[in-house]
Design a protein around this ligand. Structure first.
Ligand SMILES: C[S@@+](CC[C@H](N)C(=O)[O-])C[C@H]1O[C@@H](n2cnc3c(N)ncnc32)[C@H](O)[C@@H]1O
Length: 492
């Protein structure tokens, strides 16, 4: 793109703006143009408190609506790629103008989707409007991108054994509007789940997604979150500023009073507000990155690698768990917040919609218990997010260190025995054999809820930290009792 840059939004008239975009450059357009219904942003907008609604929404006079639609749709057609498509939202009032303009310009209609939302304005003498139209159109029906199994596999079944991908592809979409209590908001805003669904079916990571009528910037914000490129226009300065702030600060919601983050882009659909991006979606996304981590972990090499990167846990005797954490931090930093939220003195390892911990576990051991996190942190995480996640690397460990050469090597690298070892010797404790290497076999994604703790959890309280002091109570999960909590796994 020569004159207009990707991953940028512009405070200008979209018709003027799109003229600066070269032909055949945009992969997908998702847009919700203004309706010519004399919409007064501050007056009615769906029972919301007027004071927190940004002013100045730009409407189009009814008599100019068709020529306005024709002008912007012509530009969209020109800048769209042959494989490109567009989803246009429209109320029923001006639907015919939009349909006529789409035909006139040459777009091919693929689907006429109805978006059913959960509330409308109460009426006495007619039916309540609780749907929008969404027209899915393309330039070339042979070439347009569509990924039928991007959200559900062919085999996935839901209630009554119904096919999930079939249901998801029906052309009536029941998706709730979002309530943004106490936040700054723009009067009409598409729910993120709606945009996510379109992005997943009709685009790939890296594609350029355009919204000529940004409003609060929803399309750009959700595109960014799903690793698409974005570009867009908004004519009203206040809306543009709001959208830009969200994009620049990676914030999904902005609180009015302090203008601070209510939710970051990464937790935008966590259990705190609404919970659409499921544990499984997150697990799959994380697994996609973790598939690239090394499979054979040589203890000495791993310790040297951590030391070289100034990763301060390289001195730890139990290098395997720390090395997995080190790898996760490296491979997941672009899609997760690292570290995660703090409860008391303890932090979760990361955050993506919910708090997550990274752990590694030897499969060739009699122990099937795994220490998860501090019990207060686990309880706090579950209270705030309903669930927390465990990303568990499982592999075969070699303990081949009878002569303690590995241990001696590690001690000399550290410059002597650790305080922990000294304390252990003082207490007369056995020194454990060191793990020399680890072959990764599987990474599991385990959901921990209150129910999991009751069913598979216990508390470990009488152990000691590396400084020899008694450790805070930790949650232990019994892997043999894990069943439906294992939501997803990848094998190596
Ligand atoms: C229905 S709203 C879009 C809401 C948006 N989808 C969201 O989720 O927040 C339409 C937006 O288009 C803007 N607008 C109207 N005419 C425009 C134009 N010619 N160029 C760019 N933006 C325009 C309005 O100010 C309004 O913010």
């Amino acid at each position: 793109m020569e004159k207009m840059k990707c991953n940028t939004i512009y405070n200008m008239d979209c018709i003027e703006g799109m003229k600066l975009i070269p032909d055949n450059t945009i992969n997908l357009v998702i847009t919700d143009p203004p309706f010519a219904i004399d919409f007064k942003a501050k007056r009615s907008n769906y029972n919301r408190t007027a004071s927190r609604v940004l002013e100045g929404y730009k409407e189009i006079p009814k008599e100019e609506y068709y020529s306005f639609a024709l002008n912007w749709i012509k530009e969209v057609y020109r800048v769209s790629k042959e494989s490109g498509s567009m989803y246009v939202f429209s109320g029923w009032n001006n639907l015919k103008d939009i349909l006529m303009a789409l035909d006139e310009v040459g777009f091919i209609t693929v689907n006429h989707i109805v978006w059913k939302y959960q509330f409308g304005v109460v009426t006495k003498r007619k039916f309540v409007s609780s749907h929008y139209h969404c027209l899915y159109v393309c330039k070339n029906d042979e070439k347009r991108k569509f990924f039928p199994y991007s959200r559900y596999n062919k085999e996935e079944r839901g209630e009554n054994n119904g096919s999930l991908h079939y249901r998801d592809k029906e052309d009536v979409w029941v998706i709730n509007r979002e309530y943004w209590n106490g936040d700054v908001k723009t009067p009409t805003k598409l729910p993120a789940e709606l945009i996510k669904k379109i992005l997943e079916y009709s685009s790939e990571e890296g594609d350029v997604v355009m919204d000529p009528f940004l409003g609060s910037g929803q399309v750009a914000v959700v595109s960014k979150m799903l690793n698409r490129q974005y570009i867009g226009f908004e004519i009203v300065k206040e809306y543009y500023d709001f959208a830009r702030e969200r994009l620049q600060k990676n914030l999904y919601r902005i609180k009015e009073e302090e203008k601070i983050s209510q939710m970051s882009l990464f937790d935008f659909n966590s259990g705190r507000g609404w919970n659409k991006m499921s544990f499984l979606d997150n697990a799959k996304r994380i697994a996609k990155e973790l598939k690239h981590i090394p499979k054979l972990w040589n203890g000495k090499k791993a310790i040297l690698e951590m030391k070289k990167d100034d990763y301060n846990q390289w001195q730890q005797m139990e290098w395997m768990g720390f090395y997995f954490q080190f790898l996760c931090e490296k491979y997941l930093k672009s899609i997760m917040e690292i570290p995660g939220p703090k409860y008391g003195n303890v932090k979760f390892d990361s955050f993506k919609n919910i708090p997550w911990d990274f752990k590694a576990h030897a499969m060739n051991t009699s122990s099937h218990q795994i220490i998860v996190n501090d019990s207060k942190a686990t309880a706090g995480g579950i209270k705030d997010y309903r669930e927390v996640g465990l990303i568990l690397a499982i592999g075969e460990v070699l303990y081949n260190d009878e002569n303690r050469t590995f241990q001696k090597w590690h001690e000399s690298l550290k410059g002597g025995k650790s305080q922990y070892e000294i304390e252990r010797i003082k207490r007369g404790a056995w020194s454990r054999l060191r793990k020399v290497s680890f072959v990764l076999k599987q990474i599991s994604f385990i959901k921990i809820t209150d129910k999991t703790l009751v069913k598979c959890g216990s508390f470990q309280s009488d152990f000691r930290n590396s400084n020899g002091r008694p450790r805070r109570a930790k949650v232990l999960i019994d892997l043999e009792k894990i069943n439906e909590e294992l939501i997803y796994f990848v094998e190596f």
